[in-house]
Design a protein around this ligand. Structure first.
Ligand SMILES: *Cc1c(COP(=O)(O)O)cnc(C)c1O
Length: 463
């Protein structure tokens, strides 16, 4: 064995302690770190002929990057929809790397129980019946890819064809219908060979709504004259957290043949709080359902789940028969259920955090974040400098600068705000208006952060 590696192997407890210190130091300073910083390019380091060993490498890392690691998992990173690993989730994630286990099947460990148990806990959290099986993937984008791949296979079966076997050329073009879909739905359609052009966009409701107009959706389905299609319903739009009427969409199935894919990447967490759970009524009627773990569950990147209740189709699309993998068994043959063959034990952080904080813990996070969004919007509404663009339905505030700003002035404001460092927000466009979003989804965020944010907004108004 290489000398450095031998030494490091002998020195492992001390090296882990050094890593623990680095992690603790970072987490202890998370409030003081900038939420985000601008990107600054660096010339890459050359590959050393002889390595320096792990301790010196940690030192080098901390010197080169440590101080500049931002608090994107901190309480005031309100861009995108971003959680921050809970303590228990972080512990689970460390152990995931420690075990470094390939959770592709039940061939070599009982670890599949961890994934099955985590999925079971999640079903309980979201009120999903156990007719849904769940599979961990890397994010909601990949969950959407899997859900739409299942819909694609279902479409083929309606015409007596397995698209997984025969390919898309064996069937006429597939129509996908829905309202204000997340950008990743279009990316998934591109990846799956269905094509971005397959999406037939139904109108959204008038006014400040982003939910689909059911009459228009029905019109799109009528245009198909009884031909099956895939319907994408949205539970939680990124700008204003609007929800399609899932129950009404599911009820259309009695009239029109379609596969119902629901993208509830973070909207699914409405199920955790009594005041919001009506928003996801009908979610359990999905054929496939996307939920992120690295957003409101506050599990570390990168993790999401695809829930589906069409096991046979999932096997048809994702089966990976190879002699060297041996006979694989239900329900733990993950290698045959998702895009990856080799798979990280991604379920462990989720298992940890759900058992550590329970249903109450998640209700508290969701309710606190929604209350923060309400208060932040109320504060903005008292200011002559900002305009709130939509009612706050859950955890996102969509607003802009007063005086009909163009995209460049919003971008300049957001850059000043980022460089101020106290909060981080991301831009958007709502009904043609250049705007920005404050998305609350981190367990660390408190009332005090709203005051800090307010001061940062004020300070960033002028260049
Ligand atoms: C964030 C999000 C996605 C994409 O999720 P990733 O985890 O970034 O891949 C898809 N749909 C919705 C509604 C989202 O909010």
């Amino acid at each position: 064995m290489n000398n450095q590696l031998t030494q490091d192997a002998q020195d492992l407890p001390r090296l882990l302690a050094l890593t623990l210190h680095a992690a603790s130091d970072y987490l202890a300073t998370i409030d003081a770190r900038p939420a985000a910083t601008d990107f600054v390019a660096k010339a890459p380091l050359p590959l050393p002929e002889a390595g320096t060993g792990a301790a010196a490498t940690l030192k080098l890392f901390l010197a080169r990057y440590g101080a500049s690691m931002p608090a994107s998992n901190g309480p005031r990173f309100w861009g995108f929809v971003t959680g921050g690993a809970t303590p228990a989730a972080l512990m689970g994630d460390w152990l995931t790397s420690t075990y470094d286990l390939n959770l592709s099947s039940a061939a070599n460990s009982t670890a599949p129980n961890i994934e099955l148990e985590a999925i079971h806990l999640l079903r309980e959290l979201f009120g999903l019946p156990d007719t849904f099986s769940g599979t961990f993937v890397t994010g909601a984008t990949m969950a959407n890819v899997v859900g739409l791949a299942l819909g694609r296979e279902w479409m083929g079966r309606q015409q007596g064809v397995s698209i997984a076997e025969a390919g898309l050329s064996a069937v006429p073009p597939i129509a996908v219908v829905g309202g204000e879909a997340h950008s990743s739905i279009h990316k998934a359609l591109a990846m799956l060979g269905l094509g971005r052009a397959s999406y037939r966009r139904a109108a959204t409701l008038p006014g400040d709504r982003e939910a689909v107009d059911l009459a228009d959706l029905r019109g799109r389905l009528d245009e198909l004259a009884g031909a099956p299609c895939i319907v994408v319903a949205n539970a939680g739009t990124v700008n204003t957290v609007d929800f399609d009427d899932l129950q009404a969409i599911a009820a259309l199935k009695t009239t029109y043949p379609f596969w119902l894919h629901i993208d509830a990447a973070f909207g699914a967490f409405a199920a955790c709080a009594p005041a919001y759970c009506h928003l996801v009524a009908g979610m359990e009627q999905a054929d496939s359902l996307t939920i992120d773990a690295h957003k409101w569950l506050n599990a570390p990147y990168d993790a999401a789940m695809i829930f589906a209740r069409h096991r046979e189709l999932q096997h048809a699309v994702f089966q990976n028969n190879a002699a060297y993998l041996g006979e694989l068994r239900e329900p733990i043959d993950f290698v045959h259920l998702g895009p990856e063959n080799s798979r990280r034990l991604r379920a462990l952080p989720v298992w940890f955090t759900l058992l550590a904080y329970g249903r109450d813990g998640y209700q508290a996070i969701v309710e606190a974040n929604c209350a923060q969004a309400q208060r932040f919007a109320a504060h903005l509404a008292t200011s002559a400098d900002f305009v709130v663009l939509a009612p706050v339905r859950m955890n996102v505030v969509c607003f802009t600068l007063a005086g009909q700003p163009d995209a460049a002035s919003v971008a300049a404001f957001l850059a000043r705000l980022r460089d101020d460092g106290r909060i981080f927000l991301t831009p958007t466009v709502l009904h043609g208006v250049p705007a920005m979003r404050a998305a609350f989804s981190n367990w660390r965020t408190t009332e005090a952060d709203l005051e800090i944010a307010w001061a940062a907004l004020q300070a960033s108004l002028t260049a």
